[in-house]
Design a binder for this molecule. Structure first.
Ligand code: F6R
Length: 607
């Protein structure tokens, strides 16, 4: 959700924090702000509603010199989106930023007011600020005040707190991401909600565990130290050399990150099978090949959960293991029957989704082995699971997930392959590699024909509503297609199993409703009958079907021919790319903010 960056270093602190925020802006963009200690040792704060650029504009020409600053991009939870509710929040010598939710914030407000604190914002964050400053007024030092206050609150949160007097930053978290970084050569220390913000700025990174206090201070001091809440030194953190290398600011020739990421897919697919069959990934798959669970629970949220349905089909078809897909936000509340003989698989691009992490925690507690299918190496999910399969999608900046879905499904297919007993079988391996290469080739063809999809989008983007339909293995693709369209084009779209439409939603069909019908070679006749039912009620049909199918072409208003030959179980992944492009172009005709759709955040760290 919110992006956090803090920095202490010899110079240019605010510029560094702004650069970090720019990299994280796709994670929350309701407002942005920075606080820094100026040359007179006073905290200065600038914060602005809206995108980071508004804040940058407000800082123009200010010639800021600082060695110590914190910054934030907000995805609002408590309190309206406005300048006042933006972070950082300040009181006396303290300024702080927060990612997460304080569930019991209201329990403290009246007591804090009675102690003389005056609230300026509607946020839960300010309750923590008040707790800290009141504790300091009562005589505790900076660290003790944060520790005492942190023990009082409930919920998943990360705080980064700046003290003007000591020019020190303290960060602490529970159930929310936090990473520290250090650059030895130029003695700078950083803290962030995301390791991406630290790429190029820190050569060593540290992931603290929950309730470990991270203290950042200037040169000639300790730079970075970790303590427990009681003040004793802590060793509860993982340190590693920063290996990430990317330039998230580079869109190349593409107008949007989302389009760039759609086009990256063929290359990523080719690289994935190489990584797992002739690269570092092989040992990861080998470990997975030893698993033989009774029941597999796949748990995830949103697009990752839809990838879970595709993977479920693989595990059932090729491994004959009972597999269920569990929406992580629901799974933990229904007292699921999980045990040591089962396997929990958690799918996530960010590896920081709060509900997915909680579902993983539940399985771990029950003694169930847990495996992640994850993009961000070193993320919380990655660290919590006993085995990890990386999806190798690279940084996904577009808020709407595209390439991650494809890579999740394909990594899941490799997991299923590893567990099938054929892991060492060279001929079978080659079959998979060839199929992945074929998929990449076929996606290249779809991308070459992007103009066809764009023309259809232009003729249909202004209709009343959209039903994405598919049967069996194409049902997850229908769900994902609808999600993509609604999140970036702001239109009502639903994914439905083709056969279910007549059990109610068909009442909505008229000449203003569009049906994006996914037609695969299997269950062909039944799917086509469902199209006829919609056509009979004057619905507009966009069919995505086998190439050269004259009958389908004739019954459809728009027909996108697809070459399914040889793709077998990868067909749903292939057809999904058409839906990605359709959503992208419809959104473009609508004029929405494609890379940063309203109300969304890239990494959902609240439940
Ligand atoms: C949709 C989308 C979201 C995420 C979901 C899970 O385009 O991006 O639905 O898939 O929030 O996020 P991760 O994969 O980071 O756990």
């Amino acid at each position: 959700m919110c992006g956090i960056v803090g920095h202490i270093g010899p110079q240019g602190s605010v510029e560094i924090v702004l650069e970090g925020l720019k990299r994280l802006e796709y994670r929350g963009y309701d407002s942005a702000g920075v606080s820094f200690v100026d040359e007179n040792n006073r905290i200065q704060t600038y914060k602005k509603e809206g995108k980071l650029q508004n804040l940058v504009n407000s800082l123009e020409g200010k010639n800021i010199k600082s060695e110590c600053s914190i910054g934030h991009t907000r995805w609002a939870t408590h309190g309206k989106v406005n300048d006042t509710n933006s972070h950082p929040h300040n009181h006396e010598s303290i300024s702080l930023v927060h990612n997460g939710i304080i569930e019991n914030a209201n329990d403290f407000r009246s007591e804090l007011v009675s102690k003389g604190y005056t609230f300026k914002s509607e946020t839960d964050t300010e309750v923590f600020l008040a707790l800290v400053t009141v504790a300091m007024d009562d005589g505790l030092d900076f660290r003790e005040a944060i520790a005492t206050s942190f023990k009082k609150i409930r919920g998943n949160s990360a705080f980064v707190v700046l003290n003007e007097k000591t020019r020190e930053i303290i960060a602490v978290k529970k159930g929310a991401p936090l990473v520290c970084g250090m650059h030895d050569k130029n003695s700078q220390v950083l803290v962030s909600s995301d390791p991406y913000a630290l790429v190029g700025l820190a050569d060593k990174i540290y992931f603290p565990e929950d309730e470990v206090m991270c203290s950042l201070s200037g040169a000639n001091q300790n730079l970075l130290s970790f303590t427990e809440l009681d003040g004793t030194p802590s060793k509860r953190f993982i340190s590693k050399v920063q290996e990430m290398n990317f330039d998230p600011t580079d869109k190349g020739d593409f107008e949007h990150y989302m389009l760039k990421e759609i086009f990256e897919q063929p290359g990523l697919i080719r690289a994935l099978s190489q990584y797992y069959f002739s690269g570092d990934g092989e040992s990861r798959l080998e470990k997975i090949s030893k698993l033989n669970p009774r029941h597999i629970y796949l748990s995830a949220c949103g697009t990752a959960a839809y990838a879970g349905y595709v993977i479920r089909d693989y595990l059932e078809k090729f491994n004959r293991i009972v597999t269920t897909v569990e929406l992580a936000s629901e799974f933990r509340y229904r007292n699921p029957i999980i045990g040591k003989e089962d396997l929990g698989v958690f799918i996530s691009q960010s590896g920081e989704t709060a509900d997915t992490l909680a579902a993983q925690g539940l399985c771990k507690e029950a003694g169930t082995e847990t495996v992640s299918i994850v993009n961000v190496e070193g993320s919380t999910l990655y660290r919590e699971c006993s085995e990890n399969l990386l999806i190798r999608a690279g940084v996904e900046v577009g808020v709407a997930s595209t390439k991650a879905f494809t890579q999740m499904c394909l990594t899941g297919r490799l997991m299923s392959f590893a567990m099938s007993g054929d892991f060492k079988n060279e001929a079978k391996r080659k079959e998979i590699v060839d199929k992945y290469n074929l998929l990449a080739e076929r996606i290249d063809e779809v991308l070459d024909n992007e103009h066809v999809i764009k023309e259809i989008a232009e003729l249909t983007y202004n209709k009343k509503g959209y039903f994405f339909t598919g049967r069996n293995h194409y049902y997850p693709t229908a769900l994902e297609g609808a999600l993509k369209l609604k999140e970036i084009a702001y239109v009502h779209a639903e994914g439905y199993a083709s056969g279910e439409l007549k059990h109610g939603p068909i009442a909505l069909i008229d000449e203003e409703m569009v049906n994006i019908a996914i037609v695969g070679p299997d269950l062909y006749e039944k799917t086509v009958s469902n199209i006829q039912e919609i056509k009979a009620r004057k619905g507009i049909i966009i069919s995505l079907g086998p190439k050269g199918d004259k009958e389908l072409e004739e019954m459809s208003d728009y027909y996108i021919p697809l070459n399914y030959d040889g793709l077998d179980e990868l067909m749903p992944i292939y057809v999904n790319v058409v839906n990605q492009l359709l959503a992208y172009h419809m959104a473009k005709f609508k004029g929405t903010d494609i890379d940063k759709p309203r109300n969304l955040a890239k990494s959902v760290t609240v439940e």
